[in-house]
Design a protein around this ligand. Structure first.
Ligand code: CUA
Length: 341
């Protein structure tokens, strides 16, 4: 025999349901409002994906309401009541089984046809006029090269608004996934093959991205920023990037340049005219970037000095070795790097 529920148990259930409701609505709100939201896309590619997402969401919402509605109705209508007879026992209902099989096939067609269309559309070859960007996913930072423009940068990509861009995705070490939620994606970055994404940013602004495939200790610290320029801004940026690095004037930065040139730094990093290393990020215009180390930290003198002194302390598993720099040496190199506008 089932005991009737006490009023305090009922109250607990109601409070629990209210809590779930509050949590669910706040998740929904942050989904809409966060800087990495996918539901306010700012590119053609993002909008296509969003259309499919919304189609699936609304279709499944209708199914959810119908199924849960039928369930709640059945629970209420056929609930146990004192003295009630056992309800009529049935087994199987051929017309019903045929109709819901057809119903689900129709739902699959409603979702499947537009999805397949979008899959093909997002795989189309880009126009020859598209801007090309070679993206390399490294443990744990992003490298961006603009073939033909002779520009190389890291973690922060610059694009012109309204111009179609094709990203060629290279994986020099392990599998990563390139994802800028506001502009669409994501797509895997796979060693020994070159995947690509084509999209056209539709609004200037700053878009945050994140590696979306577990790739080792600092996977979560493998971030990126995309700066979409209004008309003319991109060309200015390219011009500044193509210029030779600024010569440091402050004594501390000059000392830093001296230290950098003689240390193992040169084996991994390029600074145009100073070094030609290709293992780590190109630092020629380091100070033109707001962030460093997989876009994990703001490029401040303090952060940078701490990073040079002990990279793994700042980003777990960092592949940049600890070169045993003293605090003063690190400060000097930081000052030099921050002079490279
Ligand atoms: Cu790269 Cu996760």
């Amino acid at each position: 025999m089932i005991r009737p529920r006490s009023s305090s148990a009922r109250l607990r259930t109601v409070l629990l349901l209210l809590g779930v409701l509050v949590l669910a609505t706040s998740c929904g709100w942050s989904l809409w409002d966060s800087p990495m939201t996918t539901v306010r896309p700012k590119s053609d590619f993002g909008k296509w994906i969003d259309e499919i997402f919304m189609l699936i969401s609304w279709t499944t919402l209708v199914i959810f309401i119908l199924v849960e509605g039928a369930l709640v109705y059945a629970c209420w209508r056929f609930r146990d009541r004192p003295g009630a007879p056992i309800p009529q026992q049935v087994h199987g209902h051929t017309p019903l089984e045929i109709s819901w099989t057809i119903g689900f096939a129709v739902v699959l067609i409603i979702i499947g046809i537009p999805t397949i269309k979008i899959i093909f559309r997002t795989q189309e070859a880009p126009a020859a006029t598209a801007l090309k960007v070679d993206v390399s996913g490294h443990q744990w930072w992003w490298e961006f090269r603009y073939p033909g423009l002779e520009v190389a940068t890291a973690n922060e990509m610059h694009l012109p608004v309204g111009q179609t861009v094709v990203f060629h995705l290279h994986g020099p070490d392990v599998i990563h996934s390139f994802w800028i939620p506001g502009l669409g994606g994501k797509r895997d970055v796979v060693p020994h093959r070159v995947n690509q994404i084509t999209l056209t940013p539709e609004a200037p602004g700053e878009y945050l991205g994140q590696c979306a495939e577990y790739c080792g200790t600092s996977h979560a610290n493998m971030r990126l920023r995309v700066i979409v320029h209004p008309a003319g801004g991109f060309e200015q940026w390219v011009k500044a990037q193509q210029a030779p690095p600024t010569e440091p004037t402050a004594p501390l930065a000059q000392q830093g340049k001296e230290l950098f040139s003689k240390a193992a730094c040169v084996g991994c990093h390029t600074i145009s005219g100073i070094s030609a290393g290709r293992i780590g990020p190109d630092l020629t215009h380091f100070a033109s970037r707001k962030t460093f180390a997989g876009s994990l930290m703001m490029s401040t003198p303090d952060n940078l000095a701490k990073w040079i002194e002990n990279p793994a302390h700042m980003k777990p598993g960092a592949l940049m070795p600890n070169l045993g720099m003293t605090a003063d040496q690190s400060k000097a190199i930081a000052a030099y790097l921050l002079s490279l506008k």
